[in-house]
Design a protein around this ligand. Structure first.
Ligand code: BG6
Length: 295
């Protein structure tokens, strides 16, 4: 299958009617329809499908850095602009699955001198879509990285949106950007968006519910864990969840985003970004989200 820009993509179709679409470029999920009439994800009308720029929307994968702590590497790392290989597809009674792989190359080692295997599994059921990123250290030295599932959700009207699940959790406000001695804690049970919003919530929780006009529309459930060589795993107590909406000015500043499109989207981005996690040789890290449309 080729999609926009002649770029290869994979279509997942569940017999109950759900579909999903993933580009090999960035292993970017660009569509998830639980039913033929309903699109859950937002992709900008101005998104580029040129194999260069990360696709503006869907679920780009952020690895091995979030933002640009290392200036020699692009913002959000190279995973979202790399060409991934489809390594497996499977259809069982309940699940349609596709697995993509990305390994280090001469180019990635120039930017980040480590050996890794990324496996990204998309599992479509009749009611949900799970995306699971496994990061394995294939080298001889430990490494430190960040990773995040940059999920763009489509909404009808941002003014009607409320998010539940952030209450009581500390957050870094990237819009305010001034250093604080102690992180503020979210006091609201229901968070609305009426201005530029860019926050890294240290949730430690594992689900956020998006409501529109008071009705539950979609739930994002997420977990992170380290998997040891012997297969044992340890859940990470504090996965983060970024909440992002560019609002008016930032929208105008992005060439691949419409000026008014901030009204139709919100990003909920589970990941490990407020700290770097370290992986010993042979260890792996699993970051997983389930998108569950409601109502
Ligand atoms: C979010 C960041 O995850 O991604 C924002 O918190 C950033 O600060 C946004 O603006 C989009 O990044 P990019 O590189 O895709 O424009």
């Amino acid at each position: 299958e080729t999609g926009l820009g002649g770029m290869p993509r994979v279509l997942l179709k569940h017999k109950a009617g759900a579909t999903a679409e993933v580009y090999n470029f960035g292993a970017t999920l660009t569509s998830y329809k639980p039913t033929p009439e309903r699109e859950v994800l937002f992709v900008s009308h101005k998104a580029l499908f040129d194999g260069q720029k990360a696709i503006r929307g869907g679920v780009p994968l952020v690895f091995p850095q979030f933002g640009q702590p290392k200036k020699e590497m692009a913002q959000h790392g190279f995973a979202r602009t790399s060409h991934w290989e489809l390594s497996d597809t499977a259809v069982t009674e309940d699940v349609v699955r596709a697995v993509f792989h990305l390994t280090d190359t001469e180019i990635t080692r120039m930017l980040w001198p480590f050996s890794f295997l990324l496996s990204y599994t998309l599992s479509l059921t009749a009611q949900t879509l799970t995306t699971s990123l496994r990061i394995e250290n294939k080298g001889e030295a430990p490494f430190e990285a960040q990773a995040l599932l940059h999920t763009y959700l489509r909404v009808r009207d941002i003014g009607q949106v409320a998010l539940r699940g952030f209450q009581h959790h500390p957050f870094v406000d990237k819009v305010a950007a001034q250093a604080v001695e102690r992180l503020p804690t979210e006091t609201r049970n229901s968070v609305n968006i009426a201005q530029e919003t860019d926050r890294v919530y240290q949730t430690g929780a594992n689900e956020i519910t998006l409501l529109e006009g008071g009705a539950e529309r979609v739930k994002v459930e997420y977990t992170a864990c380290t998997v040891n060589r012997d297969g044992s795993d340890e859940a990470l107590p504090h996965p983060d969840c970024v909440l992002w909406n560019p609002w008016v000015q930032k929208s105008q500043a992005m060439a691949d985003f419409g000026d008014r499109e901030f009204q139709e989207m919100v990003c909920l981005e589970p990941g490990i970004v407020s700290a770097f996690y370290s992986l010993a040789p042979g260890q792996a890290f699993l970051l997983e989200q389930t998108i569950r449309p409601l109502g």
